[in-house]
Design a protein around this ligand. Structure first.
Ligand code: GLY
Length: 369
């Protein structure tokens, strides 16, 4: 008899075996689902930052089931993503999310040589965004040359991997400079993280914090908190210094103190008490990062906290309906902008829920490594 996490994984594989073919027929990279259909990202076509989560999910399910359908579907989208190298101007620091979970997963799980070449290509694009004044530039607008964001702590995983695979320390050294700046400038005394900090691109001096996808300037956008705690856990594992582990632990204490009684996660930990705005993606990401922390510290309490989050998601927000596509409901892309989705299924929520379950079952292929 499989435990409830194994059972949930089997249901996820079964649902995607049934619904993924529609995405292939439509030739799209699914971003969200509604009314029984997959929809592509509303922004930037196949260069939008979330394109890697579909192949990442397919690789997770290939690892789980060995079913070649999932490998081929991952590779279909890997092909679409590598075509985006030509667009270049639309790609930004999120090449980490896009190519680590597509080319990186393929190279890691199958040894495919072209996938490895494409991974190193993507890492070189990320390196090209490194400003020696102390940070990796997030976005491309001319007025945002000095912007860096907390999400980038996850993209650094592409650089750690590239250094290991190529034997060239430059990628890791650049990642370390960015991680040090993030530690100094983004983490607050209570363990929470700012979303966006602007630096002077010449001197690296801090200019100001900007409001981002959370409730307000100085608030705690929950997905940003999850990126921070998972990103610093990965930094601790790859850069090996205690200060990154401590940063991840401070972030984890802050995050877990804000988990709702039902196990779900508010979109912002500072949102008004009467506002019912959930972002389950944040909880799913945190459930992954907390398990990495549990492995690094040997402290099972972090795994228990991850299980509490996953239990909340499975109990309240898993949609197993036959006539609908994705699984995790009540995902919210941004507090103030509903254009990218509010309280709906968003595919990267499904990705992180699956990764969290794979970790809980000891089956995780460790795609961020
Ligand atoms: N990396 C952008 C987001 O989390 O929405």
């Amino acid at each position: 008899m499989p435990n409830r996490y194994e059972a949930a994984l089997n249901r996820i594989a079964e649902k995607f075996r049934r619904t993924a073919a529609a995405a292939a027929e439509a030739g799209i990279i699914p971003y969200r689902s509604a009314e029984g259909k997959w929809f592509a990202s509303p922004y930037d076509g196949n260069s939008w930052w979330t394109g890697g989560f579909w192949p990442g999910l397919m690789w997770q399910l290939w690892r789980l089931t060995g079913d070649g359908f999932f490998r081929e579907e991952a590779r279909r989208v890997e092909g679409l993503l590598t075509e985006e190298f030509r667009s270049f101007r639309l790609l930004n620091h999120d090449v980490g999310f896009m190519y680590l979970l597509s080319c990186g997963a393929d190279a890691k799980l199958t040894g495919d040589a072209q996938a490895e070449t494409d991974l190193l290509h993507a890492a070189s694009l990320l390196m090209g965004r490194f400003n020696p004044a102390g940070f990796i530039r997030a976005w491309n607008e001319p007025e945002r040359t000095g912007y860096a964001i907390i999400d980038c702590m996850m993209n650094l995983a592409l650089l750690y991997r590239a250094s290991r695979d190529s034997g060239d320390p430059r990628f890791r050294l650049a990642a370390k400079v960015h991680a040090d700046t993030t530690l100094r400038e983004f983490q607050r005394a209570d363990g929470s993280f700012s979303h966006i900090i602007e630096f002077d691109p010449e001197s690296g001096r801090r200019v100001r914090e900007h409001p981002g996808q959370g409730y307000a300037l100085g608030s705690q956008w929950s997905r940003g908190q999850a990126w921070g705690l998972y990103g610093f856990a990965l930094a601790a594992r790859n850069l090996g210094e205690e200060k990154y582990l401590e940063a991840a632990l401070r972030g984890a204490r802050n995050f877990t103190a804000h988990i709702r009684p039902d196990g779900l996660t508010d979109c912002d930990f500072c949102q008004p008490a009467d506002e019912e705005r959930i972002d389950n993606i944040a909880g799913a990401i945190a459930a992954c990062g907390l398990q990495v922390l549990s492995g690094l510290t040997g402290d099972g309490a972090w795994r228990d906290a991850a299980a509490r989050l996953v239990d909340g998601l499975l109990e309240h927000c898993a949609d197993w309906g036959e006539d609908r596509c994705g699984i995790l409901t009540r995902c919210t892309a941004s507090y103030h902008d509903d254009g990218a989705g509010r309280h709906t299924n968003i595919l990267y929520g499904d990705y992180f829920l699956t990764e969290a379950l794979m970790k809980l079952c000891g089956r995780d292929p460790d795609l961020w490594n």
